[in-house]
Design a protein around this ligand. Structure first.
Ligand code: DGY
Length: 316
């Protein structure tokens, strides 16, 4: 019989996959709704051989140094910017993620945001609830035509391509920045030509604040920015200024910097903006399949086998 390993699971995952993990190994499941504070995370990781982490858990070098038995980290997310991959590689710790299974859910949400900002759904809904639906009005609220417009996609990986597929159904012209192996348009050209810009790039030191004041100034005044990737890809202060000054027409964010965004953050007072609480993958199907995949990764890693979805320092 294979030996039972001690595994830290940083949040309760209400999916059957966790039961499978619990049958094979000894689990320490963090019971709270909020993430474990960093010192508590490090304390609990000290004797862990495996960690099933969430994107809100920082798994850095000091944590790994304090966890000498650690040999497998499985992130319950496709993104893994919360994990120091170089530190993990240096210690021979395998790291896994959950690609593919959330692609469609996230692409759907990006498109939902695009449509909602373009057609001013929050304002329209507010009017109805406030008793401000007085009659059918010729010019209120007027939004932007999505059909036939140009969509610029930054980061043309799995999710970017899935968004492009949805755009085809709206007869949109899709342009993109390509992938590291097959580069497409320059960012400047894409921003200049797009009616809508949707971000699907990973967060790395190179992409931090990719959309800054200069990039926003390069967009059309009628353009709408959508971000369902990671908050720090956008310079949030620059975005607030761009919305306030009409440099761009609107934005839809599923991700912010920081997360959660405080309720009194000036971002939330910016005009023509929808902010969602990072729910791109939040469907029953996607989150359940992410749990399956995260558990498969962890089980393999604990056995000393390559994970089915293992990431490396150059996976970006
Ligand atoms: C991810 O998986 O990286 C998403 O941001 C959350 O599902």
């Amino acid at each position: 019989m294979r030996p039972v390993a001690h595994v830290l699971v940083t949040r309760q995952l209400p999916f059957p996959a966790l039961d499978r993990l619990g049958i094979a190994h000894d689990l320490d499941v963090w019971p709270e709704r909020l993430p474990p504070p960093p010192d508590e995370l490090q304390r609990r990781a000290a004797d862990a051989e495996g960690i099933l982490s969430l994107l809100s858990d920082r798994i850095d070098e000091p944590l790994m140094a304090a966890a000498p038995e650690l040999r497998a980290i499985s992130n319950y997310a496709v993104g893994y910017d919360n994990i120091d991959l170089a530190a993990a590689a240096a210690r021979g710790i395998r790291v896994g993620n959950t690609p593919d299974v959330l692609t469609d859910a996230t692409a759907d949400l990006a498109f939902a945001l695009l449509l909602a900002v373009a057609r001013k759904l929050p304002e329209a809904q507010r009017d109805v609830r406030a008793g401000n639906w007085l009659t059918w009005e010729p010019a209120h609220p007027l939004g932007q035509e999505v059909h036939g417009s140009t969509l610029g996609i930054i980061g043309y990986g799995r999710i970017g391509r899935a968004v492009a597929k949805r755009a085809e159904g709206f007869d949109m012209t899709v342009i993109h920045t390509g992938t590291p192996r097959a580069p497409g348009l320059s960012l400047e050209e894409l921003l200049e030509r797009s009616d809508f810009v949707s971000i699907h790039a990973p967060l790395t030191p190179e992409t931090h604040h990719l959309i800054d004041a200069a990039a926003l100034a390069g967009m059309r005044p009628s353009a709408i920015l959508i971000n369902t990737a990671r908050g720090p890809l956008v310079d949030q202060q620059a975005l607030i200024a761009a919305l306030e000054h009409g440099t761009i027409a609107g934005a839809g964010l599923d991700v912010t910097d920081p997360e959660p965004v405080p309720a009194d953050d000036p971002l939330l007072a910016a005009p023509n903006l929808i902010v969602l609480p990072h729910i791109g993958s939040a469907t029953h199907t996607a989150r359940g399949r992410m749990a399956d995949m995260a558990v498969e990764n962890l089980l393999a890693g604990l056995e000393g086998q390559p994970m089915p979805h293992q990431v490396t320092d150059d996976s970006q």
